[in-house]
Design a protein around this ligand. Structure first.
Ligand code: ATP
Ligand code: MG
Length: 351
């Protein structure tokens, strides 16, 4: 799990499934078809920053500031009071997006370098820019430059409209922005009524342990969007498979696994974040590393010879003297052990 400082998005419920928020100087893309709530997300995100002493920059390629603030008011956000003090708009009227990205925004970022206040940036929506540039290569270059420039100000939230063809989960026109972003969430609306008609999924979130479910969300006037998530596993829950991992590490060492593999297993142990047992994953991993009960005594001896001495191995040696070998390998009633059938053989081999 990363220990990097997180910036809350202010989107109720989202932060608890992305380790507390976004990372500074990264881009988060909100993808959704018309009316799914993208602008509500954007305003809520901006409003949170403004209410917590940050500045805000709203880049709009369609609507003028007055209209955006009017819409915000209808959602319960009073952006007027920050207007041109902490909140700035960049209304790209001319549709000359290349000039915007090549000259105007870099100049703005340069000017902003003298301010120490963090600026939260919103682009709502990016769609006119992607539509204006037909050539995919050029589109990729312009978006790369746009994101690179804006990330220097602070965390950036971009919305983009998708038009998925029937049967597609994500439309082709949003693939480049998703690819270029550090994080992406997908909003869907199925007009079927009931609690699940609007749902959010996290497509990706770089360097973040994130929730993987489909989360319903609702609109609440005065709050904006409330995403109905349940928090990820607590630190305590994350430790519940430690015994199992410790046994797996000892088994691996006894099968002659080298230091790198043992370190990797220790790393997996520290980062296991699923609510289910790692048993199957470990069995598959052991097999991929050639760590099976089919190993001969000579092969194990050769592997042990090859692997460099380490603290881990010293500990393990001590352990195998003190503990009978049965406690190191399979205990059938206990979940998740690496199963090695012939215990006697293995015991002899190792001794
Ligand atoms: N308080 C509310 N109660 C119920 N529905 C709401 C509420 N607030 C917003 N909505 C719904 O959300 C829709 C629009 O939200 P929003 O403008 O954020 O979406 P969008 O994805 O930005 O849409 P567009 O594609 O038009 O830009 C509204 O049309 C409405 O259906
Ligand atoms: Mg909108």
């Amino acid at each position: 799990m990363s220990r990097e400082r997180r910036i809350p998005t202010g989107i109720a419920g989202l932060d608890r499934v992305i380790e507390g928020g976004v990372r500074d100087n990264t881009t988060l893309l909100v993808v959704g078809s018309s009316g799914t709530g993208k602008s509500t997300f954007a305003m809520q995100y901006l409003n949170y920053g403004l209410e917590h002493g940050e500045n805000g920059l709203y880049i709009s390629m369609e609507e003028p500031p007055e209209q955006i603030m009017r819409e915000a008011k209808m959602l319960g956000f009073n952006l007027d009071k920050y207007y041109e003090k902490e909140l700035f708009f960049f209304h790209s009227k001319g549709k000359d997006f290349v000039k915007l990205v090549d000259e105007q925004l870099p100049a703005l970022v340069e000017m902003n370098k003298n301010f120490s206040v963090k600026t939260r940036v919103v682009i709502d929506p990016l769609t006119p820019l992607t539509w204006a540039i037909q050539d995919k290569q050029e589109q990729r270059e312009v978006i790369t430059k746009l994101f690179y420039t804006l990330k220097q100000l602070g965390p950036v939230l971009i919305t983009t409209e998708e038009h998925a063809a029937p049967g597609e989960t994500i439309g082709e026109d949003v693939l480049i922005p998703i690819y270029m972003s550090d994080g992406a969430v997908h909003l869907t609306y199925r007009p079927i009524g009931g609690a699940f008609n609007r749902a959010l999924e996290i497509i990706k979130m770089r360097a973040t342990r994130h929730g993987e479910e489909v989360y319903p969300y609702i609109f609440v006037r005065g709050i904006g969007v409330v995403v109905r998530t349940t928090p990820l596993l607590s630190a305590e829950d994350m430790r519940k498979y430690d015994d199992l991992f410790n046994k797996a590490i000892r088994t691996a060492a006894d099968l002659g696994a080298n230091e790198t593999v043992l370190e990797r297993l220790a790393y997996v142990k520290e980062n296991w974040s699923y609510p289910f047992s790692p048993k199957e994953t470990l069995q598959i991993f052991f097999e991929s590393q050639g760590l099976t009960d089919a190993l001969t005594k000579d092969e194990i001896a050769r592997r042990k010879e090859e692997s460099k001495p380490s603290d881990i191995q010293l500990d393990l040696k001590e352990l195998s003297v003190k503990a009978p070998i049965e406690s190191v390998v399979a205990e059938p009633e206990e979940e998740g052990l690496i199963e090695i059938e012939n215990l006697r053989d293995l015991e002899e081999m190792i001794q």
